[in-house]
Write a protein that binds this ligand. Sequence first.
Ligand SMILES: [Zn+2]
Length: 277
Amino acid sequence: MPELPEVESVKVNLERYILDQTIEKVEVHHRGLRWPIPHNFEEMLEGQKVKMLVRRAKYLLLYFEKADFILLWHLGMSGRVQVITPKALTPRQTHDHVEIAFYSGLKLRFRDPRRFGAMLLVPLKELSRFSLLSSLGVEPFDNSFSGPFLLELFKNRSRPLKAALLDQKIIAGLGNIYVCEALHCAKLSPLRLAKTINHLEAEILVKAIQAVLRKAIAAGGSTLRDHRQPDGEKGTFQDVFKVYGREGERCLRCDHVEIKRILQSNRSTFYCERCQI
Ligand SMILES: [Zn+2]
């Protein structure tokens, strides 16, 4: 599933192609995504000029020059946005559910085999209380996200650090991969209870989360299966994972100690027993 760095890299890549471009035609081939694509979707978007792209957690928000709504886009588990230039026009595939054509000749295709993605139109005046967004926690790159702030968020939380970091209502955008990597970077055990971390550890964890995310964004995210940037480029952060997917391999910090894999809430956690305490 795409996490913050993958969605951020999709956003940055898309900006290059669709900023200030006007939508000519929208074709919806399958409305049954996670929530149905609204029936006025095509009519509302045609003629709109893209003014701004924003990422909030794992959502992409498209703002238009003259619209009183935004397009809220979630890539789901395996969704992929593809930019198709007029010269490289390929036939539509089975799971290409939505196509957005611009007057520039460029086309966006949204492929989502598992259909867990979403494309919704949200009125601007409802945005601040739109439940999918308003329930989200702090952005890891927000100025307010600091050691003392994290300490406050984790106070009284009797859940393991791993679960607390995955909770989108506390911090938005982190998923399994980056939580494992950030905890290794911060030398904190995923099994520690969130409420037990001290001031210094909270500072280190905030810095670790930001460092891991920043590096992942710079690498275009991680491509384990489906993730591609809209222009087709793969992310490369998987090549420099320190713990994720490295069960049985040696810890890159302690050398001969093997990375462990355990299950937490039915999901794999990778960590080093020696240096993560
Ligand atoms: Zn280690």
